[in-house]
Design a protein around this ligand. Structure first.
Ligand SMILES: Nc1ncnc2c1ncn2[C@@H]1O[C@H](COP(=O)(O)OP(=O)(O)OP(=O)(O)O)[C@@H](O)[C@H]1O
Ligand SMILES: [Mg+2]
Length: 213
């Protein structure tokens, strides 16, 4: 990836795996790229994760939407990973507009996909209207380990709105390692390198960075 590069992890629905995705990506990419983690969620769970690490990742403290607008005008050659809260706000939209890659984690449950199609589409549309040819890359996450058919169905539905969404090939399944790793302030790859969660996260990183890990 060409630096500076901004990955924003966003969805206006709560609890879909945004913070989990953001911290895992930030930690793993920091092994090969200079990374700055940005936490725009009032719950500060990305910060709480990072502060407990032996060597915390650099974090940028940015106070509000206008300050962020200025911040992105003068970026260093780094990867910026932004975790936003599960609600719509001006700051969230700015973080989406600034993104080189917008990752939207969702489950394959019909209600979650329907929520994506009904409300998040409107937000993406507004961002596109602001002049950014941005599409969200949907990451199926917290998916039941044995689900197969549901993934195909959800993928078809999301891809039918191709002007707004793309879909990652990688599927992140529901694995206990995510919560356990968070508790120890580790990525799932650090926590259990040969576990299923680790394998899926490695696949996601490869998919983002075109095979360079
Ligand atoms: N792939 C997964 N497998 C199992 N549990 C997961 C997975 N991803 C996330 N979780 C768990 O689901 C819960 C919600 O995840 P997370 O906090 O990352 O979501 P979020 O989208 O950031 O939520 P919010 O909208 O509140 O910020 C957490 O307890 C987390 O450990
Ligand atoms: Mg979160």
């Amino acid at each position: 990836m060409q630096l500076p590069y901004i990955i924003t992890v966003a969805h206006q629905k709560g609890g879909t795996g945004k913070t989990t995705t953001a911290v895992n990506l930030a930690v793993e990419f920091s092994k090969t790229h200079p990374v700055t983690l940005i936490d725009f969620d009032a719950q500060h769970l990305a910060t709480f994760f990072n502060q407990r690490r032996d060597t915390p990742l650099p974090m940028a403290q940015i106070d509000g939407a206008e300050a962020f607008k200025e911040y992105v005008e003068d970026l260093e050659p780094r990867l910026y990973v932004i975790d936003v809260g599960g609600f719509d706000s001006t700051l969230t939209r700015y973080a989406m507009i600034a993104a080189d890659l917008l990752i939207t984690p969702v489950n394959t449950d019909y209600m979650e996909v329907a929520s994506l199609m009904r409300s998040f589409t409107k937000i993406i549309h507004a961002v596109q209207q602001a002049g950014k040819p941005l599409r969200a890359k949907v990451l199926f996450s917290r998916v039941h380990p044995s689900a197969k058919h549901a993934i195909e169905e959800a993928k078809e539905l999301v891809e039918s709105k191709g002007e707004f969404f793309e879909v990652f090939d990688t599927v992140i399944r529901y694995r206990a390692d995510y919560d356990r790793a968070y508790k120890q302030a580790k990525s799932v790859i650090e926590y259990r390198p040969y576990g299923d969660a680790s394998m899926e996260m490695q696949q996601l990183i490869k998919e983002i960075d075109h095979g360079k890990i």
